[in-house]
Design a protein around this ligand. Sequence first.
Ligand SMILES: Cc1cc2nc3c(=O)[nH]c(=O)nc-3n(C[C@H](O)[C@H](O)[C@H](O)COP(=O)(O)O)c2cc1C
Length: 199
Amino acid sequence: MEVFDAVVKRRSIRIFKEKPVDYAALQRCVEAARLAPSAMNSQLCEYVIVDDKQLLVEILDSVALWGGVPKPAGGWSLEKKPVAYIVVLINLELEKERGCGRSNAFLDIGLAMENMVLVAMEQGIGTCIMTGIDKKGVGEIINIPKKFEVAAMLALGYPDEKIVLETTFHSVKRWVDEEGVRHVPKRKIEDILHRNKFE
Ligand SMILES: Cc1cc2nc3c(=O)[nH]c(=O)nc-3n(C[C@H](O)[C@H](O)[C@H](O)COP(=O)(O)O)c2cc1C
């Protein structure tokens, strides 16, 4: 698949088939993250692949926002939820030692995550980048040593939802229609692209 086509086709997936994803496929995503650009080549990120059934349930419970919907009082239904997560960690010792700065570290994280998203997609796996999570709670569930901090998480699984792009006029609000199709508005190119300088 052409890179541009992949970028057009990629959408955040939040409804998944029950089918598990092979560990090797998840490892391939982390391999793509490993090779991502990194400010000052500092490479502060480390990754935890979570595919254990009990841990999946615990991690799901730490999700605060799922497609803009806050966690219900009774918790999330376990149906059609991610079959794996890749938790992205910042190594705080390396951060101190290599000092590329937090804003650069978060750019690194974004780039590493997009690499994982695209390589997952190439393997037919859907993903959703997640920061609307209880990061401390996730760290406790996976028992991270003190030198790490949870930065974000990638939810993964085989897609089981239909999503269409919309051109937004004034709202970035996403919606799901009566047929269960998720609509994702994007700003128009003429509204976001500028050339050379502002008048
Ligand atoms: C940094 C970042 C954090 C995100 N956090 C969440 C999240 O916590 N929960 C969620 O359901 N989606 C999350 N998303 C997915 C966005 O909601 C999604 O990218 C956006 O709605 C646009 O849809 P698209 O990815 O299909 O283009 C996150 C995306 C990014 C880039």
